[in-house]
Design a protein around this ligand. Sequence first.
Ligand code: AMP
Ligand code: TRP
Length: 338
Amino acid sequence: MDMQKRRPIVLTGLQPTSGIHLGNYLGALQSWANIQDETDCLFFIADMHAITIPQDPGELRKNIIDCVAAYLACGLDSKKSHIFVQSQIAGHAELAWILSCIAPLGQLERMTQFKDKSSRQAGEFIGAGLLYYPVLMAADILLYNTHLVPVGEDQRQHLELTRDLAEKFNGIHGPLFNIPEPLIQGNCTRVMSLQNPTSKMSKSDHNSLATIFLSDDDDQIMKKFRSAVTDSGTEIRASDEKPGVQNLLNILSGVSGMSISELEVNHAGMGYGKFKTIVAEAVIECVRPIRERLETLKKDSQYLHSIVETGRAEAQARANATFASVCDLVGLARRPSI
Ligand code: AMP
Ligand code: TRP
């Protein structure tokens, strides 16, 4: 067996939406880039998850390819990892169907994300896909015999369901799936809004000063940090009573790699105005090369398509192998092509 295959298999992905922001980078993409050398990574674009809410087809297709550009710009390396698009591998939807037949309906109805999203749409149309979403996520993971799944805290419950489904399948049909572990890491897993530091930084914030996008230029980043909300005190200290300052320290820690306590010591006695400028400068230095790579990459759609085509071939081979075993164990007809 070659080395590549013996390393733990890591799989994760993002939904292709426009506006990748500093929270996505510090909470997800940065740490994904950092594990590529020690693990066998599969990074995919969850376009089938994205259609659980209505999407404009042209926008969606553009967002998929922009998401590939963002992956590369943030340091994912197609020579070390496999980058592909979920909907190009039919096994995701096929395995999801098989898993849905053993998924307890009650457990799906109790998923926090389903309850949140469906209560926000109360009285409106709610597609069954929203309920089924975590089963598709389980299929994404189990199709590649994944060991580790880097996700944000909000996805932990979906990972629990994945583990339950893998154990249940193995119990009924015989041992096939690895039981995957969530990988929740990094010192900056929750980047908060610059305008309301008690809520998460998000692309859909109505206040345009709240969110730093990876496409923001240096002046926009400086302006947003200079107007960041802090408290009326002067102390640079991370505490729950000072969510604005805590968020700035967290962000600085995320971009610099320094610990919060080191940063507290280094900036003791400094006024908030000066501190905001320092954080802005550090973020500018971090975002600038990403933005520049993003701009260059977006101009070369042929290259971006070639990346996902290479990724597709590898993902397809792995998915076929797992799916053939699934069909055998469940008793479904074998595919002539696999
Ligand atoms: P979303 O854009 O909400 O679909 O998030 C995709 C992934 O990015 C999540 O699973 C999180 O790991 C990460 N993420 C999103 N927003 C933040 C944030 N404000 N702070 C830290 N991580 C985030
Ligand atoms: N649900 C994840 C999110 O919103 C995206 C996702 C879909 C995912 N399938 C996955 C993440 C499989 C990890 C593994 O962030």
